[in-house]
Design a protein around this ligand. Structure first.
Ligand code: ADP
Ligand code: GN1
Ligand code: MG
Length: 355
């Protein structure tokens, strides 16, 4: 049975317009299984939700409906959850499924084709944070508690290393040494959040370039998507994760690490867009820690990929056996270049904020 035949009975349980013509795999996310659903009237996104990672679908969809409802009331373009024919926001049948309207006239980029796209993505994520400024964070259920708690991620990495269930640790000694040597750098953001040095904000928490739909004509950000991880967090996490993914000269899973570099030019473009959007609300401490946020998110993602490799690829979708190790290597390369570039990044941020 092909995807269309297999998924048609699921799709037709939702309030979709028209007759289903085709259902085919779509996009490059690592978490959900995404399909493009085409009917004779319009297009939709059908997703098989990842309930291993997000077991509480009620809470998750509750968060998404609350956030998208809030944004829509303020005239901000956002995802529209298509209800089931019974009026529920998702369906449990041979898995857990949801449907969104396909936002037409947009594109997603895996890597920025030019500086303007990356600058615009910075502005879009900055504005997303501004739009949610008045949203009561207490309404949100903590879907993945301690998501960007890097010391906790580090402890998980150390535990995976000791357990080494597949005997893979021997293959990644250099990477392990590197991550262990950075331990003293991983705790600052959590400490600052705890002490109130960094304010807790409603943040996206997964600000990869491919989580923005850009207008296909103007390349301006149209809608921020992938709202599964919208939770209270820090501005430096959102800024940092975008830099991790987007200010690299190569893909997150480039096998040849010699092609992977941190680009200060890309960093500047993103910082201009992001800082332009948040300059009325960013605090002095947030400003100071934006460059560190980039380093921290890269280190954290590196340790997450390596942890998953050690544990047998149980979290991230992988296409070949060393995929997570390859990803970890790109992150470690970026992390080391970012560490050296912190002073330059700081100068760029000051300039972008006019300080
Ligand atoms: P994952 O959590 O697995 O990353 P996403 O929700 O980010 O899944 O969706 C994967 C991809 O599908 C996105 O990068 C984007 O290209 C596309 N996509 C998702 N939702 C929409 C939508 N409503 N309209 C158009 N494209 C979408
Ligand atoms: C996952 O869902 P996706 O592919 O946008 C992950 C992020 C990682 C990213 C690495 C819920 O993001 O935290 O940074 O992969 N999402 C979750 O590419 O764990
Ligand atoms: Mg995504």
């Amino acid at each position: 049975m092909n995807d269309t035949e297999r998924c048609r009975p699921i799709a037709e349980r939702f309030e979709i317009e028209g007759k289903t013509l085709s259902i085919s795999p779509y996009g490059e996310g690592h978490i959900n299984v995404t399909y493009l659903l085409v009917t004779d009237r319009r297009r939709y996104i059908l997703q098989k939700m990842n309930t291993k990672i997000f077991p509480d679908s009620d809470a998750l969809m509750g968060n998404i409906c609350a956030v998208t409802g809030y944004l829509r009331e303020r005239g901000v373009e956002t995802l529209r959850v298509v209800p089931t024919r019974e009026g529920a926001p998702f369906l449990r049948e041979q898995g857990t499924w949801r449907v969104y309207d396909f936002i037409e006239g947009t594109v997603t980029y895996q890597t920025a084709p030019n500086l303007a796209v990356f600058r615009n993505s910075g502005r879009a994520f900055g504005e997303f944070q501004n739009h949610l400024d008045g949203f009561r964070a207490g309404q949100l259920r903590p879907i993945l508690p301690r998501f960007h708690d890097t010391p906790k991620r580090f402890a998980d990495f150390c535990a995976a290393l000791s357990a080494d269930p597949l005997g893979r640790a021997a293959e990644c000694r250099a990477e392990t040494e590197w991550l262990l040597s950075g331990e003293a750098n991983y705790g600052l953001a959590m400490a600052e959040l705890k002490s109130g040095g960094l304010p807790l904000r409603v943040t996206h928490n997964d600000t990869k370039l491919n989580n923005i739909l850009m207008d296909e004509k103007t390349d301006l950000g149209r809608a921020v998507i992938d709202l599964d991880t919208v939770m209270p967090g820090s501005m430096i996490f959102d800024f940092g994760d975008s830099i991790r993914f987007g200010a690299s000269t190569a893909a997150e899973d480039e096998r040849d690490v010699d092609r992977v570099h941190f680009s200060l030019t890309l960093f500047r473009a993103y910082a201009e867009g992001f800082c332009g959007a948040v300059k009325g609300s960013i605090t002095a401490r947030e400003r100071e820690l934006l460059p560190y946020g980039a380093y921290l998110m890269t280190a954290e993602c590196g340790m997450r990929f390596l942890t998953d490799y050690l544990l047998g690829d149980v979290y991230f979708t992988t296409k070949y056996p060393e995929h997570n190790l390859v990803r970890a290597r790109t992150q470690l390369k970026l992390m080391s270049e970012m560490e050296r570039a912190l002073p330059q990044m700081d100068a760029v941020i000051r300039e972008a904020l006019g300080k």
